[in-house]
Write a protein that binds this ligand. Structure first.
Ligand code: URP
Ligand code: ZN
Ligand code: ZN
Ligand code: ZN
Length: 488
């Protein structure tokens, strides 16, 4: 049985330290991490000599079974998670979208979809309108439903988009609840304008997607959200940072001491805009996501920002639509469902792009793909660590083996793959989720219903000292104004 497991002789890697040790697991929990463990015959032993034993990946940004742009993603909570496990990710955080404006109904709907889960998951919640009911429901989500983050869409006008007034109300509410505010940062009014302009010019193909929502609109919205978060004095998390423009705003804010988290996604790190100009519609449409994948140069800059600490963790924004769904926009790029895959590819591509290339260390890899996410969303060290007492979510990566990506061999239901044909060094050979070996010898052993909902408690470390800053600000506001009398 898998209930007792010993992973021996590997290099155990955490975000701040690595050393040679055995890892002993019982009933889904890591019991010991030590170079001197001996076990009986009832224990399954996996030899990890010459390999890295690391915390399973945590993907902070996915959309499974997501109804969007008139259709629904092809990966549900089972197929998307199975794909994730085959690629070394053992937990993800998905975005609950309110149902007919109700957070409670949205939560119930997602809880139902997630019943077929084969790996652990958590939820963020989107806020798409504002009234007293929403404000009350946010409190319920935080206090009773295990949600500690809320996403505000500054784009998708006429659908999910919110205005600055709502953003301010939402930020204030997040702060009072100890929840993290997240933004999709693009100026939705300007995007709408840009899209009309493209259609008027007769540009109806996928390249119109890139042309209508340039990086400047991402930079503007990122700057605006950062400043509004500063005004409210609450931490901010910018999802899918795709451009130098947005990254530089985050760098500036962080340098001044503001608590801003920046999450690039794999597509932004390794792809570039030229795909959107591909003459074949079907090929180009695969790459349509928002904010758009940018021109070459943004990718390298985002990689560098991760290696220097300007950006903190890597997500995927996995949001998979088949070619038949992408074809809804064959005559008008505005109707191409937005989203690309990545949940299965993230761990390999980050390894190959950042570790194999020498840009980051192995410990940094663990931080960017797992530990930082666990810390931000307040589930560390249960998740994101190979420590006694942590959940047994473990991967074994062989740095001397290689991976190759193809729609023919991937585990997602998607009929294409934006990383088709990519190969690289470093192969995740084993995935252990909740103490079970779910991926070994290129074989998946997963069962629906084995994944658990991970509740995330409010007040994470990002909020430390926020009250103090509020007090200082209040003192400043209440200090008497010394007016200097004019001498002329
Ligand atoms: O194109 C994207 N990113 N689709 C998913 C929805 C979102 O904005 O995250
Ligand atoms: Zn020892
Ligand atoms: Zn978004
Ligand atoms: Zn997303």
């Amino acid at each position: 049985s898998n209930s007792k497991l010993l992973i021996k002789d590997g290099t155990v890697v955490n975000a701040n330290h690595k050393h040679l040790a055995h890892v002993y697991v019982e009933d889904g929990i890591i019991l010991a991490v030590d170079p001197h463990i001996t076990v009986g015959d009832d224990v399954t032993v996996i030899d990890a000599t010459g390999k890295f034993v690391m915390p399973g990946g945590i993907d902070p940004h996915t959309h499974l079974e997501f109804e969007f742009m008139g259709t629904e993603t092809v990966d549900d909570f089972f197929s998307g998670q199975a794909a994730a496990l085959a690629g070394g990710t053992t937990m993800h955080i998905d975005f609950v979208i309110p149902l007919n404006g109700s957070l409670t109904a949205g939560f119930e709907a997602y809880a139902k979809k997630a019943k077929k889960s084969c790996m652990d998951y958590g939820f963020h919640m989107a806020i798409t309108k504002w009234d007293e009911v929403v404000s009350k429901e946010m409190e319920l989500m935080v206090k009773e439903k295990g949600i500690n983050s809320f996403k505000f869409f500054m784009a998708y006008k006429g659908a999910l988009m919110v205005n600055d007034e709502l953003l301010l109300e939402g930020f204030k509410r997040c702060k009072s609840l100890g929840a993290l505010a997240m933004v999709h940062a693009e100026n939705g009014d300007a995007v709408y304008e840009g899209q009309k302009r493209m259609i008027e010019l007769g540009i109806t193909g996928p390249e119109g997607h890139a042309l209508s929502r340039p990086a400047v609109l991402e930079g503007e919205a990122t700057a605006r959200a950062i400043r509004l978060a500063e005004f409210v004095n609450t931490p901010l998390y910018v999802v899918h940072v795709m451009s130098i423009d947005a990254m530089e705003e985050i760098a500036k804010a962080r340098k001044s001491g503001q608590r801003v988290i920046g999450e690039p996604v794999v597509s932004g790190l390794v792809l570039d805009e030229s795909w959107l100009w591909h003459p074949d519609f079907e090929t180009a449409a695969k790459y349509v996501m928002s904010p758009p994948i940018r021109k070459r140069g943004h990718d390298k800059a985002l990689q560098a920002a991760l290696s220097t600490g300007i950006l903190q963790l890597v997500g995927t924004d996995h949001c998979a639509f088949n070619s038949t769904q992408k074809a809804f926009g064959i005559e008008d790029f505005r109707k191409i469902p937005n989203g690309v895959n990545g949940i299965e590819e993230r761990m390999h591509l980050v390894w190959d792009t950042l570790v194999e290339s020498g840009q980051i260390s192995v410990t940094d890899y663990v931080r960017l793909t797992s530990t930082e996410c666990a810390k931000i969303f307040n589930i560390y060290p249960r998740k994101g660590a190979i420590l006694p007492g942590s959940d047994a979510d473990i991967i074994i990566l062989n740095p001397n083996s290689s991976f190759e990506i193809s729609a023919k061999s991937h585990h997602s239901r998607l009929d294409t793959n934006v990383y088709e044909g990519r190969r690289g060094k470093g192969k995740i050979e084993v995935t252990v989720a909740g103490g079970r070996v779910v991926w070994e010898n290129n074989e998946l052993k997963v069962a629906p219903g084995t994944g658990r909902y991970i509740e995330m408690a409010p007040y994470n470390y990002l909020f430390d000292g926020v009250d103090k800053k509020d007090a200082a600000y209040l003192n400043y506001l209440q200090a008497p104004v010394k007016r200097v009398k004019s001498s002329t």
